[in-house]
Write a protein that binds this ligand. Structure first.
Ligand code: E4P
Length: 228
């Protein structure tokens, strides 16, 4: 399952782009509002940090069909290739998804809460359908099951639409959607950090260092290799 970073914070994007195997960045109006300031400079800076080959997902603000198309074209003109236009799963959103997909634009249909909505997004030609996992789990609904059902439906139809699961609050939710056959997940910096962290990994590494030092002192393996 591919991992994308769900933030517009430049410091976090620089950090995770350097250390973690992320394949792009997702934003939405709420995520952008947290950073404030000049939103166009911010988006342009995000693109320059991640480079032209990684995915950048930017959500439309417009709600009328013609205006959504115009905004989508402008977003991709501004941010270049591998930019995905996020469109909420409404009737107008599906109409815009059909048109933009036919024109060759990558559309991420977002705010998906049911496998039925995901199926419609797929039939409209979306590149991605983005189910909101924790928003479902948080109201005692089955976010993981929704992703699992969607994965089954997409597999059966052979659609090219991929699942980009979103809205995670725990590392376990992320692992569960991976097991359920999800193609990609977008994680906040905090959840991605917790996806890696394990205290036993830390103590194992400390043990390796201590054992080496006990046997060989301060010399490192690299020192020995360079001297031979
Ligand atoms: C993707 O960018 C989604 O909009 C985002 O993951 C939603 O997350 P939230 O439910 O934590 O707001």
């Amino acid at each position: 399952m591919r991992i994308i970073l769900d933030t517009a914070n430049l410091e976090d994007i620089r950090y995770f782009h350097t250390y973690y195997p992320i394949e792009g960045v997702t934003t939405n109006p709420t995520i952008l509002s947290r950073e404030g300031g000049d939103v166009l400079s911010l988006l342009s800076e995000i693109r320059s940090v991640i480079g032209p080959e990684k995915e950048l997902h930017v959500q439309v603000i417009e709600t009328e069909y013609e205006r959504i198309l115009e905004e989508a074209h402008a977003i991709v003109d501004f941010l270049g290739k591998n930019t995905y236009v996020k469109i909420p799963v409404t009737e107008v959103g599906l109409r815009a998804t059909k048109a933009l997909s036919e024109q060759g634009y990558g559309v991420t249909v977002t705010a998906i809460l049911t496998a039925a909505q995901a199926l419609l997004a797929s039939n409209a030609g979306a590149a991605y359908a983005a189910p909101y996992v924790n928003r479902l789990e948080n109201i005692c609904a089955d976010g993981i099951g929704t992703v699992a059902d969607t994965a089954e439906i997409f597999k059966a139809s052979g659609t090219k639409t991929k699942i980009l699961a979103a809205s995670f609050k725990t590392a376990k939710e992320v692992l569960d959607v991976a097991v359920a056959g999800c193609h990609a997940a977008t994680l906040s910096p905090d959840v991605l950090r917790r996806f890696l962290a394990h205290t036993t990994t830390d103590t194992s590494i400390a043990g390796f260092s201590a054992d080496w030092k006990h046997a060989f002192g301060d010399v490192t393996l690299l020192d020995l290799l360079k001297k031979r």
